[in-house]
Structures are given as structure tokens and as C-alpha cells.
Write a protein that binds this ligand. Sequence first.
Ligand code: PMV
Ligand code: MG
Length: 334
Amino acid sequence: MTRYQVETGGKLYLTGEYAILIPGQRAIINYIPIKMTACIEPAPRISLTSDMFDYTVGMAPDKGYALVQSAIHTMAMFLQKKHCQLLPFRLTISGQLGEKGKKFGIGSSGSVVVLTLKALAAFYQLTLSDDLLFKLAAYTLLKNGDNGSMGDLACIICSDLIVYTSFDRQWLQEHIQVKSLEEILRLNWGYRIERLSPKLRTHFLVGWTQEPAISQHMVNQVRDQMTPTFLQASQLASDSCLAALQSANQTAFIKAITQLHQALQDLDPAIYHPALQRLVAIAQANGAVAKSSGSGGGDCGIAFAFDDDAAQAICKQWTEAGIQPLYQEKWGNL
Ligand code: PMV
Ligand code: MG
């Protein structure tokens, strides 16, 4: 019997969170290779199981499995079939991008949609380009009322450090109301996704606060407080961060991350949960730069340390302060 296995990972924002909600803004987002896996095989009827839950479902609407079911509906629509006309399968998902029932906040909802679409593409032997996969995944999330920029999808699909330029989701929603999926996929949505290979020598460190936050709620609370000053500061700092990564300019990089940290701190007090304040303070005390990542309010923060000793000391002190070192990478042949 043919059985396919596919996987997806997570993501974290380096720059541009919140600002990226405005079409045309840019954000730098890094792939985090903590994985979710899906197995798909033929079965008498559609059956969906995830280790997030202790029950299996079919296609009768279920809150827990809503995104998985919705991705299946999108794929059925793409194949111009109803879900009951699809060759049936058993889909088993494992890896929750979290621990002990608490999510890390590295993009599990985006990841599960991409994972489901990839599993179905393998099962039906379709080769989907990154662009097509992005559009199908974004369409699925938008139909589920997601209020995000879709930067998570772009990064998870590329599995790389990327620069993402956002598109106008409002404009797309209006088209979704009146056009077929086929027509929607043919439109030029106006986003850009570019891969980035950093020359700057640095340790990229991720600390998990173990304080879950819900991005959708944070976005609803913070979105309307973005001023032109914030947007401009975020864009300038994001662009100089990009230039500094490419030209290995450590001074400029430190300045840019510090500005982004400050801009987020000024945007809304809910962003810097006390655990994120601790995370940043520990990094700074060891000569590193750090900031909250994504919507904040908990989840993860990131730090950049410029030598091995600092990186080690930060991870040790984070652990002592209840912040779990979740992941690290070395950049620029360090
Ligand atoms: O908290 P995260 O990692 O899901 O990131 C959210 C980033 C926002 O810009 C605040 C929202 C978005 O979808 O872009
Ligand atoms: Mg978050």
C-alpha cells in the first residue's frame, strides 16, 4: 500500500512584525526546523488523527480539526471535486510545535495547513510550486478568518530565512467572495518572497517564555495603534537590518535590532510580557541584542550573540530564569 510522509517546520519574525500587516511592508522571517509530520495512506473513508487531540474525525465539521478539514476542502476545490469524490485517505499528524500542551508560538496553524496540503499533493501525485502552495494555504487561512499577514506561510513553505513583502488581504477577500478558486489563483496577488543568506557572523538564539499568547488576539488589540511613525521606523530598521546581514555590518545590525526592540516596546505594553523583558535583559547583559518576536505577549524572543561564550552564558541564564532555550543557529560561517 502506498504511504507518504511529509513534514513542515515553524518560523519566527526577526523584523517587521505588526508593520507587515500593512500591504507592501517588508519583514525578515527565519525558518525554525522543529517539525510536524504527516503520514497519508489509502483508507476506506477520510479519517483524520492528530496527536494534539485524543480523537479521530472524518469530514463532519470539528473545531479542533477545522484547519485540516479546510485545507482538504481547498484541495478538493483545486481538483474541481467535492471532498466526498476524493480518493479517500487516512491522515495522521504528529508533532505539535509545543510541549506539555503548551505551544511554542512558532506558527503551528500556518504549519498544519501547509502540512495538510503537502500530504494531499503527495497522495494525489501533484507537484505544487512554492507559489501555488502559498496561494492555496493563504486562501485556506483567509477563509478561516485569519487576520495575519501570511508571512508565516511564506517562511514555512520556503523553509529558509526570507524577506517577505505582504499583499493586500482585504483586496483578496473581496475577490474570494465573487470569484472561483481557479480565477483567484490566476490573479497576481502582489506579494514577494526572497531567500536571504546572511554574511553576518552571529549566533541566532531562540528563547521560549513558556507563556502562550494568541497572535489573533494580539493583532486585534495592537493593529489600530500602529502610527505612521511606527511604520516608518519599522521599515527603516528592517531594511537596515537586511543590509547589515548582507554586508556583515555588526554595528549597523545591533543598531537596527535595538531600534526594532524599542519600536515594539513603544507600540503596546502587552507586547513585552515580563518574561520577554527578562529574556532581553539577560541577552543585553551578555553583550548581545535581543527582541520579542512576532506578536509578543509571551511565546518566543530572539537574541543575537557575537561569540560562543556569550551564547552559552545567555542560554544558561535564560534557563535559570525560566526561559527555555528552544533553538540556535550559527550564521556567516561562525
Ligand atoms: O506571533 P507570531 O509569530 O505568529 O507573529 C505574528 C506577526 C504579526 O505581524 C503580529 C502578525 C502577522 O501575521 O504578520
Ligand atoms: Mg506569537
